[in-house]
Design a protein around this ligand. Structure first.
Ligand code: URA
Length: 261
């Protein structure tokens, strides 16, 4: 789709892989592969490497799903270090997670990790997905490694699995395994405040160190503390699927919308 330009009006078009990367679909190299694989269209026509688009005018899709280039959906996975607050704004001026990722748009953390909790945190400007990933009715799994005081025995692990009584009610059944005598792998699908710490405390093994290793389908053992990366399109789609609640065909809401157009 040619755009008329004159010396007075600069060309608004930018390289397609840059638009895709800005939309959180992966590195520019990954985005070039998406284009080369024929998975990208511009205004209904298959894109080719070298294409440029005006992000304010063109409709770009990947696998038939429109990307959110207007205003722009971004998805960052951060390995949160201890000592950083999970917020978009801290009146006390402490280090905050949004300052660890480079976003031109206003983004916010999905859910909360305690000040001293480390590990995987999603940051996005996609409020709809964020809501579904955090609302308890969607039952999204969160997996943690908890280094605890002492060595939890079978009775303590059994209590953690079946549910412990906390001051805001009993916890739902959890998946709990012993990684080493003082390290537990705990998978919960609730999102109560300080939940893992309170559960471990309740069975007599307070947490010394807590690391989130998975959020729904998202993992990345190679992401070092303080590092971030954009999610790939496949990761966003997997998250959508995890947070959609499957229909009879197991389709995501975006897939259904795309098909119904
Ligand atoms: N459970 C906790 O106790 N703290 C966190 O940061 C996350 C889960």
């Amino acid at each position: 789709m040619p755009t008329t330009t004159t010396p007075e009006t600069p060309d608004p078009r930018i390289r397609l892989q840059k638009v895709l990367a800005r939309a959180g679909l992966g590195s520019r190299r990954v985005c070039e592969e998406l284009i080369a694989d024929g998975r990208v269209t511009i205004d209904g026509e298959e894109a080719i490497l070298g294409d440029r688009v005006d992000p304010d005018a063109a409709v770009v899709t990947v696998d038939d799903v429109p990307i959110g280039i207007r205003p722009g959906s971004v998805y960052y996975l951060l390995n949160k270090p201890a000592g950083v607050v999970t917020t978009a704004d801290d009146p006390q001026g402490r280090p905050i997670v949004v300052d660890l990722v480079p976003s031109e748009t206003r983004i916010f953390p999905v859910g909360r990790l305690d000040l001293d909790t480390e590990g995987l945190l999603l940051l996005t400007n996609d409020g709809d997905l964020a809501h579904r990933l955090t609302h308890p009715s969607f039952g999204i799994e969160k997996e943690y490694l908890a280094e605890v005081e002492g060595e939890p025995g079978r009775a303590a692990v059994r209590r953690l699995r079946t549910g412990v009584s906390l001051d805001d009610g009993p916890t739902a059944p959890a998946t709990v395994g012993t990684v080493s005598p003082a390290v537990l792998r705990i998978v919960i699908h609730e999102g109560r405040n300080h939940q893992v710490r309170r559960m471990c405390e309740a069975v007599g093994h307070p947490v010394r160190r807590l690391v989130r290793t998975r959020l729904a389908t998202l993992t990345d053992p190679r992401l070092a503390p303080g590092e971030w990366r954009a999610l790939t399109i496949d990761e966003v789609r997997a998250l959508e699927r995890a947070a959609a609640g499957p229909n009879d065909e197991g389709d995501t809401r975006r897939e259904r919308r795309a098909r119904d157009r």
